[in-house]
Design a protein around this ligand. Structure first.
Ligand SMILES: NC(=O)NCCC[C@H](N)C(=O)O
Length: 258
């Protein structure tokens, strides 16, 4: 059944200690981050999404990046097991939240690792990045969880960025957005639109032609508006300092049965 619920998680007071892998560490302003998070969740609500707050995980600096903890396909929630050990405690609260929403719950088990940021769904195709956070066992377990439900899982090597979705996301029509230099194997994607800014590779589909996009990607927003999309910019500068992007701050749930 169509649903428009989105899991979100309030930033931890320890946000500034979040992991940084591919960029230089910059000072994070926690108060500004909280303001930006509130504006982000408000933008979801303005566009018809009910936001559901997962219990905060104040001891986990990266817990605001809730997308990494779970992958939804239909009514099934696959609880991730991060390739970054410091992020593994984050899943307990998320597991409770998805169970209380009536999802069937499944898990990535040791030795598998997988971050939700490595998983991009385009219709029934699920691209999964095999890289720093997601290993081969994680890919196999994702396949075993979702292929029986009708998904086609396509594994993609990722070595230049943190997650697959640091490099690409998809428009409502399935066109992949991204920048070729950040991809190991761009030819895997059938319809590809290069964007002018790195943060322009990330959009959240709000419904219809509406796209949430980072305020740091104004040229991409212009390009997408020129192609007939309505863009909704949000400033997420404090999360970008920790390699976060617009997708990682929520988990959209579109096919719940409750
Ligand atoms: N899905 C995402 O893009 N997640 C961003 C995670 C950033 C966090 N600092 C991390 O390194 O795990």
């Amino acid at each position: 059944m169509p649903s428009k619920k989105a899991l979100v998680r309030r930033p931890s007071p320890r946000l500034a200690e979040g992991l940084v892998t591919h960029i230089e560490r910059e000072k994070v302003d926690l108060d500004l981050a909280v303001e930006q998070w509130e504006a982000y969740t408000e933008a979801l609500r303005t566009h018809g999404w009910e936001t559901i707050e997962v219990d905060p995980a104040d001891d986990c600096p990266d817990s605001v990046f809730v997308e990494d903890t779970v992958v939804m396909y239909r009514n099934v929630a696959l609880i991730a097991r991060s390739g970054a050990e410091s992020r593994r405690e984050e899943t307990a609260g998320v597991e409770e939240a998805v169970a209380s929403l009536g999802c069937s719950v499944n898990w990535i088990w040791e030795p598998g690792t997988l971050d939700g940021g490595d998983v991009l769904k385009v219709g029934d195709t699920i691209y999964v990045g095999r890289g720093g956070r997601t290993n081969a066992a994680g890919v196999q377990q994702l396949r075993a969880a979702f292929e029986p439900l009708g998904a086609r899982v396509v594994a993609v090597p990722v070595s230049k960025v943190l997650h697959l979705k640091s490099a690409i996301t998809a428009l409502p029509d399935g066109t992949i957005l991204g920048r070729i230099p950040q991809l190991d194997a761009p030819s895997l994607f059938p319809r590809f639109l290069p964007v002018p800014e790195e943060s322009g590779a990330h959009v959240v589909l709000l419904g219809g032609d509406k796209l949430l996009i980072a305020a740091s990607a104004p040229k991409t927003a212009e390009l997408l508006a020129d192609l007939g999309h309505e863009t909704v910019p949000v400033d997420i500068s404090e999360f970008e300092k920790l390699e976060g992007c617009v997708t990682c701050l929520s988990v959209r749930m579109r096919e719940l049965y409750v």
